[in-house]
Design a protein around this ligand. Sequence first.
Ligand code: SAH
Length: 258
Amino acid sequence: MSVRAKKHLGQHFLKDEQIAQQIADSLTEKGYKTVLEIGPGMGVLTKYILKKNLVLHVIEIDTESVEYLKTNFLNLSDRIISKDFLKINLADYFGEEQVAIIGNFPYNISTQIVFKTLENRHQIPEFSGMFQKEVAQRIAEKEGSKVYGILSVLTQAFYDVEYLFTVPPTVFNPPPKVESGVIRLTRKENFTLPVNEKLFYTVVKTAFNQRRKTMRNSLKTLNLSDNLREDPIFAKRPEQLSVQEFISLTTKIENDVI
Ligand code: SAH
């Protein structure tokens, strides 16, 4: 018996063994012994990760898939977490341990998965995942690109991003309407910001809320001093600022006195 794909859970099962192998091989196995797969479904990717010299845990929201895995992956059965990844506290399962994350998970929760990874980055040295191609590109692109945005800046502040390969719809059952892309995030050696992190998030989000406008216009709501607003960086648009420039701008804002 196999699992029937459920639309509300974003289920598109991979049917191409070679792609599954390629995704599993994107794990570098450096700096961790444990890996968590999000949304294993019927385990097409799982079986290749199991061949690695790593301790694999999986988290799956669909009870039918969990039953399938328990029956077909006997050696995994006590490491199956039958929960919603977005709702768990990683420390409850892994304590302080370093855990890599991997998965072909639903598109509709993929950015939330990235944000959760950023929040838990002290524990996540590496992350490999399948995304809708445009989202994968957005995460990976640098300043100057049309798709560079909030997700790019926030992710690249803490991780190096590599776009690994593109995956066509035909390798899934049922096929999605869009192409997919696999990316790998490798945590930077220094993954703490030299500035107030909340303020950094606010600056990035506020700037990109109106991406066509100059920084001077879009950051009006932050009530900055005239003096600071003379800084040449305020004449630029957010998509022209590198991650480093966003960080140094946040430092200036932090120290701004009106
Ligand atoms: N990785 C498998 C399945 C892909 S479909 C494959 O490549 O074939 C996406 C999977 O994510 C489904 O099994 C779905 O049930 C699961 N899923 C959806 N939302 C989830 C969540 N919030 N937490 C954990 N798993 C989830």
